[in-house]
Design a protein around this ligand. Structure first.
Ligand code: DX5
Ligand code: ZN
Length: 222
C-alpha cells in the first residue's frame, strides 16, 4: 500500500521575524503539513513556542498543523493547541507510559488527529498496545530537542517494523530529524509517508524550491 507523501516543514528552523512569509513559500512548494515543535525545557533541554504563535499562523495558512509535543505534561497543552487551530497533536510515549492510550483517545475525542511518538532509545514494540489508538506514529530519527542533527541510520529498521505493526490500521508514519534530499528516498522506501524537514527547508536560500526538491527526491512527480 502506498500512502500519500506529505512534506512537513518544521518551523523550528525558520526565521521567526518573517515566519508568515516563510511558511507561505513552503506551502507554494507543495508542503501539506506544517510541523510545530513544542518544547517545555523539561522533557527536552530546549524551549520553543506554543499556542499564541499557532493562533497567528492559523490566520495566514491553510496547511495541516501537525503539533509535536515534546513536553512532560502533554495534557496541559491539548486544549490551548486545539483552541489555536491545530489539526493534529502528537504526544511522546516516554512522557505518558501506561497513560498513552487514554491520552490518544482524549485527543481524538476533541476532534483532532492523534499522533504517538517514540524517541530513538525506545523500541518500536513498546508502543504495540497503543497502535490502535493512534492516527499517526512519529518515529524520531534524532534525539528530540534540537534541529540540524544527523539522521540516526537505525531509524530505518524501526520505520519498517512500525510499518509492519500498523499494517491492519490506516496509520500514517512520520519521521522527524536529519532528513534532506540525500536520504528522504530511503526513509520513504522504509515505509514512512509524512516527512518532517526543518533545516532542509527553512535553512535553504529558496524555501519553495527546497520543498519541491524534497518531493522530487522522494520520488513524487512534480
Ligand atoms: C527535533 C524536532 C524536529 C526538528 C527537525 O526535536 O522534533 O522537528 O525541528 O529539524 P531538522 O530537519 O533540521 O533535523
Ligand atoms: Zn518535531
Amino acid at each position: 500500500m502506498s500512502r500519500e507523501l506529505k512534506i512537513a516543514p518544521s518551523i523550528l528552523a525558520a526565521d521567526f521575524a518573517i515566519l508568515g512569509k516563510q511558511i507561505k513559500k513552503a506551502e507554494e512548494g507543495g508542503a501539506k503539513y506544517l510541523h510545530l515543535d513544542v518544547m517545555d525545557g523539561r522533557f527536552v533541554p530546549n524551549f520553543t513556542f506554543g499556542a499564541p504563535v499557532f493562533k497567528s499562523l492559523r490566520k495566514v495558512s491553510g496547511m495541516f498543523f501537525d503539533c509535536h509535543l515534546m513536553v512532560e505534561r502533554p495534557l496541559d497543552f491539548i486544549a490551548p493547541c486545539k483552541d489555536a487551530g491545530v489539526d493534529s497533536i502528537t504526544v511522546h510515549y516516554e512522557a505518558l507510559g501506561e497513560k498513552t492510550g487514554e491520552v490518544l483517545q482524549f485527543i481524538k475525542s476533541e476532534g483532532l488527529s492523534a499522533g504517538l511518538s517514540i524517541s530513538p532509545d525506545t523500541e518500536a514494540d513498546a508502543i504495540a498496545p497503543f497502535i490502535k489508538d493512534a492516527d499517526m506514529i512519529l518515529i524520531m530519527s534524532v534525539y528530540p530537542g534540537f534541529g540540524g542533527q544527523k539522521f540516526i541510520e537505525g531509524s530505518l529498521d524501526k520505520i519498517a517494523r512500525v510499518r509492519e505493526m500498523t499494517k491492519e490500521f490506516d496509520t500514517d508514519i512520520e519521521v522527524d530529524g536529519g532528513i534532506g534530499v540525500k536520504n528522504i528516498k530511503k526513509v520513504v522506501d522504509a515505509g514512512a509517508n509524512v516527512i518532517v524537514a526543518g533545516s532542509a527547508v527553512f535553512g535553504a536560500e529558496d524555501i519553495k524550491k527546497a520543498v519541491e526538491d524534497l518531493r522530487a527526491a522522494a520520488g513524487e512527480k512534480i
